[in-house]
Design a binder for this molecule. Structure first.
Ligand SMILES: [Zn+2]
Length: 419
């Protein structure tokens, strides 16, 4: 990378200081790579595309031809990347299989690099897609807004866009042709986008639009049009809806038939709801985007912080496993969410045809503590024979998501009319 090259220049001393990579060992159990040089060196580690760990050894010589070794579906490659840099690359099979990397010294000339699929911190914003829409590139994000930074490489051939507290969606779509855009997840919960540009092109800038962040050549140019026809009610973009998938991490929530876990079902459905809302121009913010522990208090705090219009908590219900006969949907409100609850409940019943267990009032923490209109939906019983079988399928989860999203949209449209 051009930026790192500046560092190397500073580090590279006389030819006499050159180290040699002497040995390396891949440990599939620990998911780590150990290596040793005959002189001290300072490895530089980066994660590329969530799928490759790239370790550069500045001022280090690799005395063999380019080496490639397969360990099952994981591959280790070693090469003299540049005259003064030896590069080790570990390529893992799954996309986003690498989220966290730890570099540990072993004595003065040995190192271990270990990687883990789980992100160290929960990035609250998710990069969903990057799309070329003349004259710029639209970056669609879900979650709290982030302030990005644009950096031009010294040779002017690359633009780097850094997005703090951001992770890349596993469904990330990269459609930036004619431009070549690469996505790298860095170690500290930051996403870096690298865009190949022509040396003569002007600098680019980031602009915030209702559709997302837009990366534009700095020359005055109109913001790109959203790819969809403007929704019938354009002002929808001013609404922010927090979708709160219940439980997570060590708290699985209800566990039902076939080991069906509430935390997993509600995460999937929440993602689907967020996608549906965003397709309608509404800003959807997920309280958690990964399988992590999250107390109730930060869920409420997030909703307050992003100044949410609505707060919708999504849960699944459970009884004893010997009650397979109990199935259906319940929707809860506490103080001001009654009409929101009714709108979601009604639309959910319409899309799912599930048994109606009513709209009810309850003193749930997330309903009591949120200042905006809030509701909690119990999308079905994981212990119910009918609900469990249906909730295990993607097609039914989509029906549930559509019901919730429709209920929210109808409610917001009515709210807009009454204002
Ligand atoms: Zn729950």
């Amino acid at each position: 990378m051009a930026v790192a090259g500046i560092v190397w220049t500073a580090l590279t001393g006389s030819a006499a200081a050159r180290a040699t990579l002497q040995s390396w060992r891949y440990d599939p159990q620990r998911q780590s790579l150990a290596f040793r040089t005959d002189q001290p060196t300072q490895p530089q580690v980066q994660v590329v595309g969530g799928q490759r760990v790239v370790i550069d050894l500045p001022d280090t010589h690799w005395p063999h031809p380019q080496t490639q070794q397969d360990f099952g579906s994981t591959q280790v490659r070693i090469a003299q990347y540049r005259p003064d840099v030896t590069r080790l690359v570990v390529a893992v099979p799954e996309p986003l299989g690498v989220a966290q990397v730890r570099l540990q010294p072993q004595g003065s000339q040995g190192w271990t690099v270990a990687w883990h699929p789980q992100a160290p911190v929960q990035a609250s914003t998710i990069l969903q897609s990057a799309q070329w829409q003349s004259p710029g590139i639209l970056l669609r994000l879900s979650g709290p807004a982030v302030v990005g930074r644009v950096i031009r490489s010294k040779d002017r051939q690359w633009l780097y866009v850094d997005l703090p507290n951001t992770a890349v969606s596993s469904h990330f779509q990269n459609q930036t042709r004619p431009y070549n855009l690469r996505v790298e997840s860095a170690l500290n919960g930051r996403v870096r986008l690298s865009l190949e540009v022509k040396t003569a092109e002007p600098d680019w800038q980031l602009r915030t639009t209702p559709q997302g962040l837009v990366l534009l050549p700095a020359a005055p140019a109109p913001a790109p049009r959203p790819q969809r026809p403007a929704p019938a009610s354009a002002p929808r973009s001013r609404w922010t809806v927090v979708i709160d998938p219940g439980h997570g991490g060590t708290d699985p929530g209800a566990i039902g038939r076939g080991g069906l876990q509430e935390k997993e079902i509600v995460m999937d459905i929440s993602r689907r709801v967020a996608r549906l809302l965003e397709a309608e121009g509404i800003r959807a913010v997920l309280s958690r985007t990964q399988d992590v522990d999250l107390d109730l208090e930060p869920r409420v705090a997030l909703a307050e912080r992003v100044n949410a219009t609505l707060f919708v908590s999504i849960h699944a219900n459970a009884l004893h496993l010997n009650r397979p006969d109990v199935n259906g949907i319940e929707t809860y409100y506490y103080h001001n969410g009654q009409w929101l609850a009714r709108s979601i409940h009604k639309n959910l019943l319409a899309t799912t045809n599930a048994p109606d267990r009513g709209v009810r009032q309850a003193r749930f923490y997330v309903l009591r503590r949120t200042s905006m209109r809030s509701t909690l939906v119990e999308i079905g019983y994981v212990t119910g024979a009918q609900d469990a079988a249906r909730l295990a399928t993607g097609s039914y989860r989509q029906q549930v998501a559509q019901g919730i999203a429709q209920g929210i949209l109808r409610y917001l449209d009515n709210l807009a009319k009454s204002k």
